[in-house]
Design a protein around this ligand. Sequence first.
Ligand SMILES: O=P(O)(O)OC[C@H]1O[C@H](OP(=O)(O)OP(=O)(O)O)[C@H](O)[C@@H]1O
Ligand SMILES: Nc1ncnc2[nH]cnc12
Length: 177
Amino acid sequence: MDTNYDLDSVIRKVPDFPKQGVLYYDITGILAVPEAFRYCIDRLEALSRGRNIDAIAAIEARGFVFAAPLAERLSLPLILVRKPGKLPNKTYKKRFDLEYGSDMVCVQEVDIVPGTNVLLVDDLIATGGTLQAAAAMFKEHGAHVEGFLGVIGLPFLDYEKNLEGHPVDVLQVYHGE
Ligand SMILES: O=P(O)(O)OC[C@H]1O[C@H](OP(=O)(O)OP(=O)(O)O)[C@H](O)[C@@H]1O
Ligand SMILES: Nc1ncnc2[nH]cnc12
């Protein structure tokens, strides 16, 4: 593993996107630098190894980018948690509030296997609302949530409170402007 890559140096900060007053943490700067991207996947892998995980659940869209290589490295099934209207077949749905709006997460019914332990992965955790809704959907249908992983964490938006009860790990924390 590359030791201690400075992720902050490649995360682009964009004021007032997607709306006034939001400082947007843009992970495309990570993806543009192969060593930085590899470092993220190495770290996420190290945080996941040795745990009792049966599947990785990835949150659309930016969460897919990190969860997919992680699932492949761990040889675990990858479950896509998507926005409405994107998944075929029967789906479960859950509405939630975002830092900048509200949205809904969906998963194919066939992808939730009762009794399995699922690790939920996203690029950024702000309020935790997205992961909380996704986790509720898995739990309501009999799966266990093993924990949450993110690349960026914004604890000033209270995700620690909203996701309490399960381990939450992030690689880079920001404490606001
Ligand atoms: O912790 P929360 O307050 O729920 O916010 C975090 C979520 O918001 C962003 O997704 P966004 O809806 O912007 O979608 P995208 O990944 O498709 O760009 C981010 O990728 C997380 O999924
Ligand atoms: N400040 C932020 N930057 C990037 N993605 C986000 N998702 C929710 N809040 C965000």
